[in-house]
Design a protein around this ligand. Structure first.
Ligand code: HEM
Length: 132
């Protein structure tokens, strides 16, 4: 009887120890740590949106001056966004393929006449947007 009750006590102690260990380990499993990560990820798009809203605004009359001639920068407008093509070797003197002149809205031309479409614009810096 005595031996049996001693063994029972040991067993209860062992189970209690195991349960405490499991509780401590699952407590360290990092639930709270994930929360700040999610917060910081959700903040990023908000900042990007703000940056886009803060793009400088141009009128089409102002854009005409950026024709890439006489040392002027060369800007082209596509879909309301202003792209800087000054540094592109394919736009030297503000002219592309001998027929397209910078300082204009070329949305229709790039979509309907070019073999490349708008994908090439990803290489160009966006420097502004057109005032509505
Ligand atoms: C007949 C029409 C056109 C032809 C044949 C033409 C042809 C080309 C070719 C062969 C390239 C180089 C392709 C490459 O590097 O992957 C190019 C690049 C480019 N094109 Fe056109 N294009 C045309 C119209 C236009 C128009 C209307 C725009 C208006 C914005 C435009 C904007 C650009 C830009 C931004 C690049 C990239 C230049 C660079 O990477 O330095 N293209 N085009």
């Amino acid at each position: 009887m005595r031996i049996a009750s001693l063994q029972k006590r040991k067993l209860v102690t062992l189970i209690a120890f195991l349960m405490a260990t499991i509780l401590i380990l699952s407590g360290c499993g990092g639930g709270p740590e994930e929360v700040p990560e999610e917060e910081s990820v959700s903040e990023a798009p908000a900042e990007e949106t703000t940056a886009e809203e803060e793009l400088p605004t141009f009128t089409m009359e102002e854009i005409e001056a950026f024709d890439g001639q006489d040392g002027n920068p060369a800007y082209v407008v596509v879909d309301g966004l202003v792209y800087d093509v000054t540094e592109s070797g394919m736009w030297s003197g503000g002219v592309h393929q001998g027929q397209f002149q910078a300082g204009q809205d070329l949305t229709e031309e790039i979509m309907e006449e070019s073999p490349h479409g708008t994908g090439v614009l990803n290489r160009m810096e966006i420097v502004g947007q057109i005032a509505e």
